[in-house]
Design a protein around this ligand. Structure first.
Ligand code: C2E
Ligand code: CA
Ligand code: CA
Length: 740
């Protein structure tokens, strides 16, 4: 105790003022020393007078009050809370129960202190005894608690506000904390969590995932490595995907547990999938797009290499789709595109791919297909497209041009293959659309030499280097001249004779064929008119390229050319190829009718190599079929050629069409043709294409149609020019007239 008053009070009680020295004077000095040594602040209060009789050193420190201010004070004035008042009132009437509470006291500097206070009665050998008031400062502690509570509240708020489900466990995996989101993410019943029924919670989570066993094993592994940072995706039975991230929880440098956070990835994954889909699929048709197609082609190439199985890539482009778009509007066009997509899909197998590359351009990937398989697919596509399209009250047809590339052969990469197919498709477009064509690697004539050839042709036309030769067409039975096919000839000053098979395709590709065709038509008509003047009435047949035929002004041009030369229209025949009929059938029909009305003749050239069916032919105003010379070649003897030629002749008869055989080189061929009823022929057996002068020389006016051939001297074979080698045996004399 302080050496001042209390001590003095205690030791020298008899000497102090009597009012301050109540029972305290009786205090045992050793008792006083004892309390002075305590860390707690201690006051001794006289139980009778409630006056403070002694204080220890710690109490001075607690309240910042001197012992002198305290000793002698009434306890009620020092501790004045209602609780204190009540206690001391009770004490005054003799209650002796202790009090142990937290209360607040004012420090001498005005601060409020949180104090944990114990008041207990200390009986004395005499009198009422003493009250011992022991106080401990809790202010610091209280501040810490408050701070911690605030922190915890903040933490909890943070925990609850995160979109992730959080679970905190100790090192043994026991649940220490969690947020509501965890419960809702996993659908864990609240009570399981609130009860802290760890096993039940863990079992619940395990049961919710697809691979419960794997989940449990992983969890054990995580728990066994307290320092591990983990991140897993967990598949739930309800289809969702949960991302689980876990981190060790540290305290004082040691892991004390683990914090798991769970996040529902389903939406994110769905969004990603959608993005993936969008980047791989065409919005309008939902078909794979170019990118997806190229990936599949890459894959197909890998497969094809491994399994040595070929595949085909078809490029399909709608013909004149722009017209539909322009006249009927884009939304109508979109409907057509969608319908086309459906038809394309229907015409292929499940395993094959239909992709939309762009606008009206599609691509088909046909697995395990060689040239035959590809052709088959192309046909099926054409067939699927040939059905009329009907939307609202409108009905129309849509045709397409198809380019085919084969793997292996037409490209080493997916891009190359697609480019090959596209190129082939463009050839189809240029040569009149609505057909299919295989990509042809042009090793012989590369692009540069094609360009040079094209250039040379243009110059040749200007310089008048083209000539027309005429190949006689002969009646099988009478040997009479029934016509002449105009065939173009070109002798280039540098190249020498260039065969039409070389430059016509180049002209078709570049479009120059239109100018050439124009010139041929005009020349041939002029020649026929000239012959007619000379008394030689020979119908001339002119080859017409598909591209030329498709020119909008073609019919007018023909009419005008006939008028200008004053040639009777029946002396002109136009040779068209089957592909002209197959593409834009309605348009072709329309145009052929117009030509027919002009009074000229129409023939189908190279018949048998295309795909026209009998029913198809009936629709068109045709007068003549020309049996392709590839079928004549095998006559007689080749059963297949014999069959085909026979069939064509029969078909012609049924349709009341003239049938003329091309490329007849031998007597045997002619004899076969005669047997099966073919009425007409042309070929080296009679003559190659002759220049007009040779032709006139050979065929005198009397040989022309309507006039029976006199002695058929004119039908003697003439020497064949160097430019036109005879492929077959040539006989010195030809008997053209049966029963003459
Ligand atoms: P094409 O219309 O089938 O013409 C018949 C071709 O067969 C001609 O070849 C002709 O010389 C040839 N030929 C005739 N008789 C025989 C024979 O007995 N045996 C053999 N092996 N061949 C015979 P050319 O003149 O080389 O013409 C080739 C092709 O070029 C023609 O085939 C035609 O498609 C095209 N062509 C020729 N002239 C023109 C033309 O003025 N305009 C167009 N658009 N194409 C033409
Ligand atoms: Ca021809
Ligand atoms: Ca022909």
């Amino acid at each position: 105790m302080k050496p001042v008053r209390p001590a003095r009070g205690a030791a020298q009680a008899p000497e102090g003022p009597s009012d301050l020295v109540s029972p305290a004077v009786l205090l045992n000095p050793s008792f006083l020393r004892l309390i002075d040594g305590l860390q707690e602040a201690v006051w001794l209060v006289c139980a009778r007078t409630h006056a403070v009789v002694a204080v220890n050193a710690a109490s001075q420190a607690l309240l910042g009050l001197d012992a002198r201010d305290l000793v002698g004070s009434q306890i009620e004035s020092l501790a004045a809370t209602p609780e204190d008042a009540l206690f001391w009132m009770d004490a005054a009437i003799g209650r002796r129960e202790p009090l142990h509470t937290d209360t607040m006291m004012r420090h001498a500097d005005g601060r409020m202190l949180w104090v944990s206070r114990r008041i207990s009665h200390v009986p004395q050998p005499e009198g009422h005894g003493l009250w011992l008031v022991a106080m401990r400062d809790q202010t610091q502690q209280r501040h810490h608690d408050e701070e911690r509570e605030t922190l915890l509240a903040e933490l909890r708020a943070t925990l609850e506000s995160t979109a992730d489900g959080i679970l905190v466990t100790d090192l043994a995996g026991r649940i220490r904390s969690f947020n509501q989101r965890l419960a809702s993410l996993w659908g864990i019943p609240e009570d399981l969590l609130n009860e802290r029924n760890d096993d039940a919670v863990q079992a619940w989570m395990r049961r919710s995932v697809v691979d419960g066993q794997g989940y449990a094993m992983r969890l054990t592994a995580i728990q066994e490595s307290p320092l591990l940072h983990t991140s897993d995706n967990i598949k739930l039975i309800d289809g969702r995907v949960m991302e689980r991230v876990s981190l060790p929880q540290w305290s004082r440098g040691r892991p004390i547990g683990r914090v798991y956070s769970f996040r529902d990835l389903s939406e994110k994954l769905a969004a990603r999938q959608r993005i993936e889909e969008l980047s791989h699929n065409d919005m309008l048709t939902s078909l794979p797009n170019r990118r997806a197609l190229l990936e599949r082609v890459d894959y197909a190439q890998a497969m094809a290499r491994r399994e040595a199985s070929p595949f085909a890539l078809l490029n399909v482009d709608l013909d004149r789709f722009k017209q539909i778009n322009d006249t009927l509007g884009h939304s109508y066009g979109d409907r057509v595109i969608k319908e086309v997509a459906v038809r394309l899909k229907e015409s292929l197998r499940e395993v094959d791919t239909v992709a939309r590359l762009d606008g009206d351009e599609f691509a088909l990937l046909i697995h395990q297909a060689d040239a035959r398989g590809a052709e088959h697919a192309a046909r099926r596509v054409q067939e699927a497209m040939s059905r009329p399209f009907s939307f609202d009250t409108l009905s129309f047809t849509v045709t397409c041009s198809i380019g085919i590339a084969l793997f292996p052969g037409d490209g080493a990469s997916a891009d190359d293959l697609l480019a090959s197919a596209e190129r082939a498709m463009h050839w189809v477009k240029e040569s009149g659309r609505s057909a299919f064509r295989f990509h042809q690697p042009r090793k012989d004539v590369d692009l540069l030499s094609r360009m040079r050839l094209d250039h040379a042709m243009r110059r040749a036309l200007q310089e008048g280097e083209f000539r027309l030769h005429f190949q006689p067409q002969i009646a099988v039975d009478s040997g009479a001249l029934i016509g002449a096919e105009a065939l173009i000839r070109w002798r280039d000053p540098h190249r020498g004779d260039v065969p039409p098979s070389e430059f016509i395709p180049v002209a078709e590709e570049s479009g120059f064929i239109i100018a050439i065709g124009q010139w041929v038509l005009q020349q041939a008509v002029a020649q026929a008119a000239d012959w007619l003047k000379k008394g030689l009435r020979v119908p001339v047949a002119v080859n017409v390229s598909a591209l030329q035929f498709q020119q909008p002004q073609f019919v007018d041009t023909v009419a005008q050319t006939l008028r200008a030369a004053q040639l009777p229209p029946d002396l002109l025949e136009l040779e068209l190829t089957e592909s002209v009929l197959l593409r834009d059938a309605d348009e072709a029909l329309h145009r052929m009718q117009a030509l027919s009305e002009l009074g000229l003749q129409l023939a189908i050239d190279d018949f048998g190599t295309g795909y026209s069916s009998l029913g198809y032919l009936k629709r068109f105003p045709i007068q003549r079929l020309k049996v392709d010379r590839s079928f004549v070649k095998g006559l007689p003897g080749d059963a297949s050629d014999e069959g085909i030629v026979n069939a064509i002749v029969q078909m012609g008869r049924a349709l009341k069409l003239q049938v003329i055989a091309e490329g007849v080189e031998t007597e045997d061929q002619l004899a076969f043709l005669a047997r099966c009823g073919c009425q007409e022929y042309q070929g080296f057996l009679c003559a190659p294409a002759l220049d007009p002068r040779s032709f006139e020389h050979r065929f005198k006016p009397a040989d022309a149609i309507g006039t029976p051939p006199a002695a058929h001297a004119s039908a003697k074979p003439v020497p064949v020019s160097a430019a036109e080698p005879v492929a077959g045996p040539s006989k010195p004399t030809v008997r053209l007239v049966r029963g003459a």
